[in-house]
Write a new protein. Structure first.
Lengths: 209, 209
DNA sequence: TGGACAATCAATCACTTGATTGAGACGCCG
DNA sequence: CGGCGTCTCAATCAAGTGATTGATTGTCCA
């Protein structure tokens, strides 16, 4: 038998190049926003010629779609890291908060880029087609958690699960857009969210400051 | 005595022109985002030459600051329409929600433009200097309401007022960024916010769907 | 009436920016 | 070796793009 040895190529494969381009573009979007995003800057950051960039990603429109796809993929991956479906609602909620906190601390560029792209999705159908399902599935997941918590009696019985899910998502999404005061503020807010969801029967002896 | 008759000028005054320019720019930011904002488009929408635009607003940077200032002014005006300081917390909160709802319905461009500019504020100190105090004062106002509600016993005693204010602002700000599902969703969310704040002693016979 | 100032515009500049072209370099397979 | 497909780049294009210039028009007041 023969063993295939892959010697590192002087030239990168298309997949690797496309990923490098997407990550460079993401970083530049975080730094300068869409209005400051230039194909030349992306090429320079990757270390390739502008024509090479256009070889791998034909147009700027396709480039932005690629960025949206890699962001979508990163979020989906993070979503699948820990199993949670079988746990009680309050624990699923805390896992969700922990995941969000970890992403916010370890990969702030991801959430900032996501914010920028969600804003763009409002007027760019191509981006919306990629990211709206991602956001919708997040809302759905939160709605499931709240519904389960209401059903098992740990959450308030008068909760509107979908509204509560939108409140949670809005509060967290709001933190994405502000850098600096994290993660202290993050913990205060998730704790307040928990208190606002829990059933008053469970007397929390954990008064806020 | 002589009567001063102001005959409509063929030429507009600088203040009027600057306002018209700011409003046109705001509309174009809503339509195309910052990355699609062109000085020529603004001039065309106002009906003036590009050089005239530069006469009134010297640079694009100054133009964006001007847009931020008019947005700030619009929000401050709306903030001062109804007196509210002396009312009970729950009513002040409802007035706040009503105001937000009205703005969302009557002037969606204002909130969309505000969202775009808040995003830009993250990387543009000039915009941040104008809009961050506005946002901070909104958070402060919400914090005051929650603190008052906790003090008079209508809100939960374990509330963290600042965290709750951030949750409210986040939930409303999230609605700004999504057009289409308003104002139905808005009402569901504000009602859920109310329930999450109110003291469980006040038994609300208003179960959510 | 005439000078000072405010407001406007056609024409243009200097530079940016997304995209293309044509040629070459590299690895693989026969 | 030789051809073929993949990948890369220097050079360039065409359409913008913010800003400027020099001149013109209207308003107001002495």
């Amino acid at each position: 038998m023969t063993v295939q040895i892959t010697i590192p190529n002087k030239r990168e494969s298309t997949d690797e190049r496309r990923l490098a381009i997407a990550l460079a573009a993401r970083a530049l979007i975080v730094e300068k926003g869409f209005e400051g995003l230039r194909t030349r800057d992306i090429a320079e950051r990757v270390g390739i010629n502008i024509a090479t960039l256009h070889y791998h990603v034909p147009t700027k429109k396709a480039l932005i779609q690629l960025v949206a796809q890699t962001i979508e993929r990163d979020f989906r991956q993070q979503e699948e890291r820990r199993p949670r479906k079988h746990l009680p609602a309050i624990e699923r909620l805390r896992i969700e908060f922990d995941d969000q906190r970890e992403t916010l601390v370890d990969n702030p560029a991801l959430v900032v880029a996501m914010s920028e792209l969600m804003q763009r999705a409002r007027r760019d159908p191509d981006v919306a087609q990629i990211l709206q399902p991602l956001y919708d599935s997040w809302i759905l997941q939160l709605t499931d958690i709240v519904t389960a918590g209401r059903a098992d009696g740990s959450f308030r019985p008068d909760i509107d699960p979908n509204a509560a899910a939108n409140i949670i998502a809005g509060a967290i999404g709001n933190l994405w857009r502000q850098q600096g005061d994290c993660p202290d503020n993050f913990d205060n807010i998730t704790r307040e969210l928990e208190r606002s969801l829990l059933c008053p029967a469970n007397d929390n002896k954990d008064p806020a400051p």
